[in-house]
Design a protein around this ligand. Structure first.
Ligand code: IMP
Length: 186
């Protein structure tokens, strides 16, 4: 029996950066850390659409205490792989934040512009506390002072997809995180 040829989409991907097993193990560790801080606070977890949905759903199922979730959608990238630097709210929250312990759940912090702007907007609504939890962070790309409170993995300056992250809406479904070949998006 011969080796199956690679599917078309696989040619866009250079390598697997984080396996499904590595991600799941780290999400479990992060949930344990979050439980220490939030167990008695009935927190509101806010997922930033669309990239955080896989991370948010895995994370919240490992937090075995009462919590609520909400979703927000910002636009900044469109179909490019570079941030435009402009952040707009395209879908607002359905819940009040005043007095709540809020944890923003994000897929990746790159330049930091999106989260920095979003945190400013949310702080105006006077939550009791506001912290940021991201699966991935690219510290070498930071353009503003944005240090997430909880970070799954620090990664190099490469464009990655999978586990909710996309390139032009593709690859979100991958259970692992893969590096995209630069020639695929240039
Ligand atoms: P920032 O404002 O530059 O920090 O960008 C944050 C947003 O950019 C993330 O929520 C992602 O939607 C997107 N992004 C940044 N880097 C990547 C990447 O490597 N793959 C997929 N999306 C990315």
């Amino acid at each position: 029996m011969g080796i199956a040829p690679a599917a078309d989409w696989e040619h866009d991907l250079a390598s697997v950066l984080l396996t499904e097993e590595q991600i799941q193990a780290r999400v479990a560790e992060m949930a344990a850390e979050l439980a220490d801080e939030y167990r008695d606070k009935h927190p509101l977890l806010i997922g930033v659409l669309k990239g955080s949905i896989v991370f948010l759903s895995d994370l919240m199922r490992r937090l075995c205490f009462p919590l609520e979730i909400d979703l927000v959608c910002c636009s900044s990238y469109g179909h490019s792989s570079e941030s435009s630097g402009e952040v707009r709210l395209r879908l607002d929250l359905s819940k009040e934040l005043a007095g709540r312990h809020v944890l923003l759940v994000e897929d990746i912090v790159d330049t930091g512009l999106t989260l920095s702007r979003l945190c400013d907007l949310l702080r105006e609504r006077q939550p009791a506390s506001l912290k940021v939890c991201c699966l991935l962070s690219k510290p070498s790309r930071r353009e503003v002072d944005m240090q997430p409170d909880y970070v799954g993995f620090e990664i190099p300056d490469e464009f990655v997809v999978g586990y909710g992250l996309d390139y032009a809406e593709r690859y979100r479904w991958l259970p692992h995180v893969a590096v995209v070949k630069p020639e695929a998006y240039r």
